[in-house]
Unconditional design. Structure first.
Ligand code: FAD
Length: 279
């Protein structure tokens, strides 16, 4: 079970203290020999420098670093400059996204959807980067229909993406169905489940409402019942998410990508239960 490849996602810290803390988090997670560490990118370039700085640090530590790159609100020139900066640094993997325009921010820019970004990366840098894209087993909140969303997902792969990471979910059946249905459409690229450990219920509920990831009713009711008892929420979360990962691995998931929220404990505990040890 502990042979399934793993990876970890961070957001770029805002302060020097946050950056030091994240360096420590990385040290603890690196013991499990992840395939890569990725770092998110604010749409419209809002975290551009901090993402770049975090990626430089990860790369300098000798780990494979995967910057996220969201295209909405950007220009071709800006994206091209970033791509070549990453290429020169020796970065080989990029997570290519559309992103969401922050409210009140100006024009949508020169890209409308992630498939255009994938095509642009291939046109500019050929086969240099391994390109990851996002997938939504419970479908993207703006999708017109499940089928259209899957076809749009297929377009991103056909544009040159190598593999995908999913939005988090707590229902394994939805993931397996999404994989089956997209295979029927001809997608052969690996689709790695995104795993969100549960640290705080209120934060998770807020996230889930905006990104369209469903927290099943039985989970919501159980966690609501714990009220302010954070310990019980976390213990429940560890059980549920470990069982989810076991089911995903047993069903053939090609990897596990952890949304760490810049914390090590929850991911480490789940992975320990799955049999991952320092290598
Ligand atoms: P797209 O693939 O472009 O899809 C967006 C919507 O448009 C979907 O509903 C799709 O069906 C539809 N669509 C796609 N193509 C077309 C078309 N040609 N015509 C009509 N409709 C179309 N956000 C960030 O800002 N920064 C990050 O670092 C970040 N990292 C993420 C990492 C992962 C693994 C995931 C799953 C999400 C991440 N996000 C990030 C969130 C993501 O940017 C949002 O979910 C965004 O709303 C959609 O991005 P996308 O790349 O999936 O878009």
């Amino acid at each position: 079970m502990a042979n399934t490849p793993i990876s970890f996602e961070f957001f770029p810290p805002q302060t020097p203290e946050g950056s030091d803390k994240l360096t420590d988090v990385r040290k603890r997670l690196a013991v499990l020999k992840p395939e890569f560490f990725s770092c998110t990118f604010g749409a419209g370039g809002t975290t551009q420098d901090r993402t770049l700085d975090t990626i430089k640090l990860i790369h300098a530590e000798g780990h494979q670093a995967a910057p996220h790159l969201s295209c909405v609100g950007s220009t071709r020139e800006n994206i091209r400059a970033l791509l070549f900066a990453y290429k020169e640094m020796g970065i080989r993997r990029i997570v290519a996204l559309r992103g969401d325009m922050p409210s009140g921010m100006g024009s949508i820019g020169e890209f409308h959807y992630a498939n255009e970004l994938v095509s642009f990366i291939r046109a500019q840098t050929g086969a240099h980067f391994h390109i990851e894209v996002a997938a939504y087993p419970e479908f993207h909140p703006q999708a017109n229909s499940a089928r259209e969303d899957m076809l749009n997902f297929k377009h991103k792969i056909s544009a040159g993406a190598n593999s995908a990471i999913t939005q988090y979910f707590y229902n394994a059946d939805g993931y397996f169905r999404f994989v089956d249905e997209t295979r029927k459409l001809g997608v052969t690229a690996p689709i790695v489940p995104g795993i969100m450990p549960i640290v705080r219920y209120s934060q998770l509920a807020r996230f889930s409402d905006t990104c369209g990831a469903e927290i099943p009713r039985w989970m919501r009711k159980t966690m609501e019942g714990f009220g302010d008892d954070v310990e019980s929420v976390q213990a429940f979360g560890r059980d549920v998410v470990t069982a989810l990962c076991e089911k995903l691995i047993a069903g053939g998931a090609p990897g596990l990508h952890f949304y760490t929220l810049n914390q090590a404990d929850a991911s480490l505990e789940i992975l320990k239960r799955l049999g991952y040890r320092g290598r």
